[in-house]
Write a new protein. Structure first.
Length: 207
C-alpha cells in the first residue's frame, strides 16, 4: 500500500516469480481473482461459443460463471460421495462432440483424481484446466482441513433458468451442499473464542 502502484509493480513481479518457483513452473501470472484466472485460461486456450466445459456442481459459483463469461456452456457432472470432487466416471458420461474442456475443482484441499481425468482428456482430445483455489498446497494432505460450504451451482436460479438445473440431478452433490458447514476458525482466533465455537457446535449437535 506504500508503493506507487496498487495492483502492479515490483512486488507483483516478485510474487509471480516466487509462485512459479513454488509450483515448479517457468512462469506465473498474477490476476485480480480466481474468476479472472479461470476466464483468462479458458479464453487463452480458445474456449468459447459453441463449446461445452464439464465441471463440478459443488464449488464457488465463479467456477461455472467463468465458463459462461467465456461464451461456453457449463455441463455439470456428479461428484464422488467420499471427497466431493468431480467423479471421473461421471465426466466420461458427460462428454459429447461439443465438449472442449474438463474443469475440475480440488475441493476443500483434497486433490481430484487427476490421473484418470488426464487420461480422459488425452483420449478425447480435450483441454484440462484445474481450479486450484482450494488446493495450492494440497492442504488436506498436510493434515490441515479446509472447508467452505457451497450450495450446488445447478440449483442457483440463473443455472435453473438457463441450463436446466433442477433438484435430483446430482444427488451426491446436493447432499454435500446441504450438509457441509463453515466454522469461524482462523489463525488469529483466541483460544477462548475457539472454545466458544467448539462448544456452540457441540450444543447444536444435541438439538
Amino acid at each position: 500500500m506504500r508503493g506507487r502502484f496498487l495492483t502492479t509493480g515490483e512486488r507483483v513481479s516478485r510474487f509471480e516469480a516466487d509462485l512459479a518457483r513454488f509450483a515448479g513452473r517457468k512462469r506465473a501470472v498474477g490476476v485480480t481473482s480466481g474468476t479472472a484466472g479461470l476466464h483468462l485460461a479458458l479464453v487463452g486456450l480458445g474456449v468459447g461459443e459453441g463449446d461445452e466445459v464439464i465441471t463440478t456442481p459443488i464449488s464457488f459459483v465463479a467456477t461455472a460463471n467463468a465458463v459462461v463469461l467465456a461464451g461456453a456452456r457449463p455441463v455439470f457432472a456428479e461428484v464422488e460421495a467420499s471427497t466431493g470432487n468431480i467423479d471421473p466416471a461421471a465426466v466420461e458420461s458427460a462428454i459429447t462432440e461439443k465438449t472442449r474442456a474438463i474443469l475440475p475443482v480440488h475441493l476443500y484441499g483434497v486433490m481430484c483424481d487427476m490421473g484418470r481425468l488426464a487420461e480422459l482428456a488425452r483420449r478425447n482430445g480435450l483441454l484440462l484446466i484445474e481450479d486450484a483455489a482450494h488446493a495450492l498446497e494440497a492442504l488436506q494432505r498436510r493434515g490441515a482441513g479446509v472447508a467452505v460450504n457451497y450450495r450446488p451451482i445447478h440449483l442457483y436460479r440463473f443455472y435453473r433458468e438457463n441450463f436446466g438445473g433442477r433438484e435430483g440431478r446430482f444427488p451426491r452433490a446436493e447432499h454435500i451442499g446441504a450438509s457441509t458447514i463453515s466454522l469461524p476458525l482462523y489463525p488469529k482466533l483466541t483460544e477462548e473464542e475457539a472454545d466458544y465455537v467448539a462448544a456452540s457446535l457441540a450444543e447444536s449437535m444435541k438439538e
